[in-house]
Write a protein that binds this ligand. Structure first.
Ligand SMILES: Cc1ncc(COP(=O)(O)O)c(C=O)c1O
Length: 227
């Protein structure tokens, strides 16, 4: 009998499984510690806010219904808060899922996705899932080399993923650098601003990339922005 793993798509076979590392709970148990904060994950060490807990408790009694797949209430509240069109909002379970959805929605097999080297683990996984060609651009002084990224664009480029702040180096792209970069981006290319670690930034030069979405550019902002 054949092994089911032989039937897995070739592109999926190439994926190196994501290694999430040990959870805070495992480290606590292993080392006998009472408090551990895992900074390598996008987790809030302060815990959920009391209103969120209350809302989840209230919602628990409705779980026998299908949830609203369009998350209309949340989308309307976010659109209002962020001053964007509600049709431009997609709710997902974290930025990982949204990054995958960007691949699913936009990237045809053989098209190119550009991102920096070193990269966030989900970018090559998304490229592999879509049978896309990953074009990686080596960092310059631990920052995204935006000039080289723009120069790497071809007719087959569909998506450019920029984590800002840059995981794993922690540098940021400033508003001015982003604006210069966006001027070089042709219409057939979508720029995904991945702001998963946005809360850590206190630099006044950090851009509001939603402005590009508001302007109607082909840009998406995938991030766990605090709103
Ligand atoms: C650059 C980057 N993007 C996305 C994510 C995923 O974040 P989320 O918890 O929102 O799925 C992470 C998490 O480490 C990340 O570092």
């Amino acid at each position: 009998m054949s092994d089911i793993s032989d039937l897995v798509r070739n592109s999926i076979k190439q994926i190196t499984p994501y290694s999430p590392g040990k959870s805070s709970r495992e480290v606590k148990e292993e080392l006998g510690l009472s408090e551990v904060t895992k900074l390598a994950s996008n987790e809030n060490p302060l815990g959920p806010c009391p209103q969120a807990i209350q809302a989840m408790q209230q919602a628990a009694s409705d779980v026998y219904f299908y949830p609203d797949p369009l998350c209309r209430d949340l989308t309307a509240a976010l659109a209002d808060k962020l001053d964007v069109d509600p049709d431009g909002i997609l709710v997902g379970r974290g930025s990982d899922e949204i990054i995958h959805m960007m691949g699913l929605a936009f990237v045809n097999p053989g098209e190119e996705i550009i991102y920096s080297d070193p990269w966030f683990a989900m970018y090559p996984i998304t490229a592999a899932l879509m049978d896309a060609r990953a074009v990686t651009i080596l960092h310059r002084d631990f920052a995204h080399d935006l000039e080289a990224m723009a120069a790497a664009i071809t007719d087959r480029t569909k998506l450019i993923l920029i984590s800002n702040p840059y995981n794993p180096t922690g540098t940021i792209v400033t508003a001015e650098q982003m604006s210069e970069f966006m001027e070089a981006i042709p219409d057939h290319v979508i720029v995904g601003f991945d702001e998963a670690y946005y809360e850590y930034v206190d630099d006044p030069d950090y851009p509001d990339c939603l402005d590009y979405v508001r302007e109607g550019r082909n840009a998406t902002q995938a991030g766990a922005r605090a709103v």
